[in-house]
Write a protein that binds this ligand. Structure first.
Ligand SMILES: Cc1cc2nc3c(=O)[nH]c(=O)nc-3n(C[C@H](O)[C@H](O)[C@H](O)COP(=O)(O)OP(=O)(O)OC[C@H]3O[C@@H](n4cnc5c(N)ncnc54)[C@H](O)[C@@H]3O)c2cc1C
Length: 490
């Protein structure tokens, strides 16, 4: 059992929201905090791995929302840290749609199908928002299915105004930096945790601590981790993902109220998987407008969206294919060998039988990772800004909730996580202020009769007992009674 003394705030999770919350607390003078992180690293869903000689991003890869009137705070952090990024131009992807025989759909047909799909999606959303139950046209042909996948699983901005784009701008920049996107988190951590040569040495950050129980005790919170350690704090900030909240990894004593669990259940979890394939040489078209390409198949989302990484890392010979939801879960459940076979078949359909086999494959498993259980929250559009997000975010007793899923405007994004950490701490600091005021009022209330008592005690003391100052006497009464010292007599 860990004998850590009670701290002010326990933060569960060291993803971007947990780290930004800790930094904000520290900047506001709350330094006695403990961060409990289940895995062996900080970053959470921002995760870089070395693959095929370069640094690839398994989780968040883009800074979305750049170029608008307001500056995206994550873009600012990236600039301050000198993170290497590249503009991603998706606009040409629709002109690189391959059929199963390797032919590219004519640009007129692709543009027309795209326009129709956008109109139909807007129509469908308006009906949903207005609660009109009108049958929508469903995509049927491979090209319609491919475009539907791109629109709904990637480019919702074309269908519905999304706060990220309306507030911060419509451009997206891909992180292509050897140090990884996670370098931003280390830079943040560096400002308030003890670090040396890129390593965090501060013992307020505790890695490999899987929180299994959160108990609300009198005037505080007690946390039990999988290895049997117990941590106590006055407050707790819970930054685990919505998928983890929906799972039974963490139990609460007392159980969370019904309004809270109902809201948690209502939020959809999106699974988004980037599969990386390394080749001995490149066989795909490069050059302007060719970075993204699409495979049209009769099964929606079947190895649909492809990107080559030549722009990011010239000569790396890496392709990335993105799967989502059902396809992600299916692929996570099978061996990487199976997945490699499927991906190679798709590539041979597009580029012919003569292409070389991939020499390596990397398949992240966000759904089966018990510390993630998915990639990001996905609120059905009409639900954004309504009671559900509000309830997911609302504190329960001394437990404060944070993370991208608690962001009303930017859920699903790194900047949503970053801003939510700051937002949650603002609410917590307010609560701390109220509590301090409440407790100093009750201490004064307690203190007055005690002061009267000590005055009478000191006035009746005999010569042989050294006279104690009345505050010293009070100090001793409190120490012996284990009540803790009220601020007024510290
Ligand atoms: C594949 C993928 C692609 C993405 N692409 C983008 C993108 O391009 N751009 C973008 O802006 N966003 C993207 N996102 C979303 C973005 O990564 C997240 O919104 C953001 O990183 C979430 O941060 P967070 O702090 O809310 O949660 P997390 O990063 O999940 O942090 C929570 C932390 O809690 C820890 N934890 C969980 N359970 C416990 C426990 N029981 N005890 C202790 N610790 C626990 C976890 O290990 C984790 O470190 C992507 C995400 C994924 C997965």
């Amino acid at each position: 059992m860990d004998s850590t003394k009670r701290c002010s705030v326990i933060i569960v999770g060291a993803g971007v929201s947990g780290i930004s919350a800790a930094k904000e607390l520290s900047e506001n003078g709350v330094d006695d905090l403990v961060i409990l992180e289940a895995s062996d690293r900080i970053g959470g869903r921002i995760r870089m791995e070395n693959f095929g000689g370069v640094s690839v991003e398994l989780g968040a890869g883009w800074i979305a929302g750049v170029g608008g009137k307001i500056s995206n705070p994550v873009w600012e952090l990236a600039n301050q840290s000198g993170l290497r990024t590249l503009f991603s131009d998706y606009s040409n992807a629709r002109y690189n749609i391959f059929d199963r025989c390797g032919k590219i759909f004519p640009s007129g047909l692709a543009a027309d199908s795209y326009k129709k799909a956008v109109e139909s999606a807007i129509h469908r959303l308006r009906n949903e928002a207005a609660n009109v139950d009108e049958p929508a046209t469903t995509p049927k042909t491979p090209i319609e299915l491919a475009i539907d996948f791109i629109l709904h699983d990637f480019e919702m901005a074309e269908v519905q105004p999304i706060s990220t784009y309306t507030d911060y701008g419509e451009r997206e920049f891909m992180v292509a930096d050897e140090r990884g996107y996670e370098y931003l988190l280390y830079k943040m951590a560096e400002t308030f945790l003890l670090t040396s040569e890129g390593k965090i040495l501060d013992n307020r950050l505790k890695l490999n601590k899987v929180v299994r129980e959160i108990q609300q005790i009198r005037d505080g919170v007690s946390v039990t981790t999988e290895d049997g350690c117990i941590y106590e704090g006055n407050y707790l900030i819970l930054s685990v993902s919505i998928g983890v909240l929906q799972s039974n990894l963490i139990s609460f004593q007392p159980v969370l109220p019904r309004w809270k669990t109902k809201a948690i259940e209502k939020c959809d979890v999106m699974v988004y998987t980037k599969i990386f394939l390394k080749f001995p040489y490149k066989f795909w078209p490069c050059g302007p407008g060719k970075e993204f390409f699409i495979y049209a198949h009769e099964r929606r989302g079947y190895y649909t969206f492809w990107q080559h990484m030549e722009n990011a890392f010239p000569g790396c010979n890496i392709l990335v294919v993105t799967l989502t939801n059902g396809e992600s879960k299916r692929v996570e459940a099978q061996s990487d060998c199976e997945t490699l076979k499927e991906a190679m078949q798709v590539l041979r359909n597009m580029f012919g039988p003569g292409i070389p086999d991939a020499s390596d494959i990397l398949v992240p498993r966000w759904w089966n990772n018990r510390f993630q259980r998915g990639s990001y929250s996905n609120y059905p559009i009409p639900m954004i800004n309504n009671q559900v997000v509000h309830d997911i975010k609302a504190p329960v007793g001394r437990i404060f909730f944070t993370g991208e899923h608690t962001s009303e405007r930017f859920s699903g994004y790194v900047h949503g996580g970053y801003l939510s950490g700051i937002d949650t701490v603002k609410a917590l600091l307010e609560e701390m202020k109220i509590e301090n005021k409440r407790s100093s009022e009750s201490q004064t209330f307690l203190l007055e009769p005690l002061l009267a008592l000590t005055s009478s005690l000191t006035s009746t003391q005999t010569e042989t007992v050294p006279t104690l100052h009345k505050y010293e006497l009070l100090r001793q009464i409190f120490l012996r009674s284990n009540l803790g010292l009220p601020e007024a007599i510290l």
